[in-house]
Design a protein around this ligand. Structure first.
Ligand code: PLP
Length: 467
């Protein structure tokens, strides 16, 4: 597909504006552009077709199944978008006086009340713009807490090897040494490995539960108790709360602070790099270290982002929670878990689950045996799925499973879709044995097949230059 600049035809115009009927104002020379802007010249029809074509080349939740594990690519109800586009929310200025922003503050307060209830936390900020940003904010709370007590020797953050890559990155960015611990064979925290690294230099532990293999850690209370006994704090990576919202609370599991990705669990579409929100919650003893400006008014003090962060994302989260209500929130979680288990059971006869037990909202397939038998890798399977209209699952994550495919169907998929997906997986399993070379070369029907990922990372070309 050509870039819009390459489609430009000199002199072609789209006339949207009527002829100017007021006196033209000429900008002072100092502000004037030195050279003409090199914009594409196109008709309205061609612009419309260009963007529609782009749109057709993207696979979103509205196009089809999108089981991208750990990312919760679920359907986001339209009403949430509608509420977030009300002019009273979109047109408000962050410096508007308090009397003019009461409604917005009520949104923030309401969302905070519900999300504190769901997470078992006492205080919350909506400033962080993403999950990783929330982790940074949360781990800084831990740092401030130890510092405020003069406990400067706590320099280590413990992170299990199943963690999302942002966890060790966050700990390092906050100036901590990262201590990796190996998971037990069942994918959970190895208690002995944890005990071995705990000490008076432990600042805290970062944990995802259910973890990244989709299993709820049975020893969670013991884990948080051990960390607390050593004088450390417990950070909950709640990027994805789909399996537990309204069922169990991180606060009750013994966690002291948490972030939640409103753009995964709470109704903001994501994946295209749009605005998100990593709401950070904490127990009351950490409240004094929270970023300021929980209201629309900037109050100064520590801030990780201006004002109240991405406010409209909070509007969507609040709308989502109000529409689901007290019964709907846990029901969504139950259905997310049911759907994941159903799909895992349907696929199980062919590809092998990495952990063959009841899963939470997601599960991981281990394709190493399949690869040994057929030479077809998890990457080949993922690429072939594209040809069948399915977004590939998360690949090669978590790192503790080799040839991993991680599937999270979410609660918004029907039984028919799950049956269809299971059928595709069965087909690809067979294809791996019958026609592996077809799969090595897949996808056969996509705009881009197998980009040079290493080349793209090493020598990124981020700007288009006219020939
Ligand atoms: C998505 C995710 C993150 C990071 O969230 P971003 O908004 O992408 O920064 C962190 N931890 C887990 C477990 C996640 O799934």
């Amino acid at each position: 597909m050509k870039l819009i600049f390459e489609k430009s035809v000199p002199g072609r115009k789209l006339s949207l504006l009527p002829a100017c009927d007021v006196e033209e104002y000429v900008l002072p020379e100092a502000f004037a552009r030195r050279e003409a802007l090199d914009l594409p010249e196109m008709s309205e029809t061609d612009v419309s077709r260009h963007y529609t074509e782009l749109c057709h080349n993207v696979h979103g939740v509205n196009c089809g199944f999108y089981p991208l594990g750990s990312c919760t690519m679920k359907y986001n109800p339209r009403i949430d978008e509608e509420m977030a586009s009300l002019p009273g929310f979109t047109d408000v200025h962050p410096l508007a006086p308090a009397y003019a922003t009461e409604g917005c503050r009520e949104v923030l307060d309401t969302a905070k009340k519900y999300l504190c209830e769901i997470s078992g936390m006492d205080e919350m900020t909506f400033q962080p713009a993403a999950g990783a940003h929330g982790e940074f904010t949360g781990v800084m709370l831990i740092k401030q807490y130890h510092r405020s007590r003069g406990d400067e020797k706590r320099t280590k953050i413990i992170v299990p090897d199943s963690a999302h890559g942002t966890n060790p990155a966050t700990a390092a960015m906050c100036g901590f040494d990262v201590v990796n611990i190996a998971s037990a064979p069942n994918g959970c925290v190895d208690l002995e490995a944890l005990k071995a690294v705990l000490g008076d230099d432990t600042a805290g532990l970062m944990l995802t539960n259910p973890n990244t293999v989709g299993i709820f850690d049975e020893n969670i209370l013991e884990i948080t108790r051990l960390v607390h006994d050593a004088g450390g704090l417990c950070y909950y990576d709640g990027a994805n709360l789909n399996a537990v919202m309204g069922i169990v609370r991180p606060g009750d599991m013994g966690f002291d602070c948490i972030h939640m990705n409103l753009h995964k669990t709470f109704a903001t579409p994501h994946g295209g790099g749009g605005p998100g929100a990593g709401a950070v919650g904490c127990k009351s003893f950490l409240k004094e270290f929270m970023p300021r400006s929980a209201t629309m008014q900037g109050e100064g003090g520590i801030q990780v982002r201006g004002f109240s962060g991405n406010f409209l994302v909070v509007v969507k989260a609040m709308t989502y929670l109000l529409t689901l209500g007290r019964e709907g929130v846990p029901e969504a979680a139950v259905n997310a878990v049911l759907n994941a288990n159903y799909l895992m059971q349907r696929i199980k006869g062919t590809f092998t689950p990495a952990f063959d037990r009841i899963c939470m909202h997601e599960f991981v397939l281990d394709l190493s045996e399949f690869k040994k038998e057929t030479g077809v890798s998890a990457l080949d399977v993922a690429k072939t799925l594209i040809d069948y209209g399915m977004h590939p699952p998360t690949m090669y994550f978590p790192l503790i499973v080799h040839e991993a495919l991680m599937l999270e169907p979410t609660e918004t998929e029907s039984k028919e879709t799950l049956d269809w997906a299971a059928e595709i997986f069965r087909k690809l399993y067979q294809m791996g044995h019958d026609d592996p070379s077809y799969m090595h070369a897949a996808p056969h029907h996509a705009q881009i097949g197998r980009p040079d990922e290493v080349g793209a990372a090493r020598n990124p070309v981020l700007r288009w230059k006219k020939a």
